[in-house]
Design a protein around this ligand. Sequence first.
Ligand code: NAP
Length: 228
Amino acid sequence: MPTCLITGANRGLGLEFARQYAADGWDVIATSRSLVYADDLKSIEGKVELHALDVTDFARVEALGQSLRDRPIDVLINNAGVHGDPTEAAFDDLDYRTWAEVMRINVMAPLKMSAVFVEQVAKSRQKRIATLSSKMGSMGENTSGGTYIYRSSKAALNAVMRSLALDLKSRGIALVILHPGWVRTDMGGPHGLLDPPESISGMRRVIAELNVENTGRFVNYDGSEVPW
Ligand code: NAP
């Protein structure tokens, strides 16, 4: 069976990715910032192995890459992310230190993960990378302003992942940038429009149809294109 590696798999969308792939018999390499708060993940039945990983700890990312160096990874899922600015501060009231931290988690870490695990993806059968972005990073969809920190992090993530998709195409690796919908998780809150199972089922369909011909797109959970 194929193998996937998921960051931030202890709750929210990452947890549901782990549940669904495990239910389909995949080998799931699930990472969580802390294994102390990972009881839901630990209770998943199937072939799920857990690794503690704060994605901003690049030395630890490299060490995990080294310890998994012989494992082909069919689908690398860069899921871990933060909003970082729940009060959605005004442009003249931003916490610049928080902004820098959010850029490290949401932009630099997914690229670091991809760089460290690219050889394992290259030697797999499916050769796919999926990165969780957000419509909030879209210029075309931004009609309401505000949310500077989160929007800019996801916009930068999109730029980084688009370049990576083009750079990896010749190696047969395909990459998709995903908007999961507005989902009822800790981040999405109770008023979201979707529950995780629906969002994840949709994104898994998109990932299953991913290939080097359609690589580098920004796609909604239902497969429709999101404007950059
Ligand atoms: P969530 O419920 O807040 O869960 C976020 C996950 O990311 C948690 O597992 C968290 O771990 C992990 N994480 C955060 N910082 C990390 C770090 N430094 N190292 C390792 N793990 C870290 O969010 P979600 O709704 O599942 O969102 C998942 C992804 O979808 C995010 O990239 C988010 O931006 C994106 N997204 C979500 C929505 C939505 O409506 N929910 C919409 C658009 C995009 P801890 O438990 O340790 O904090």
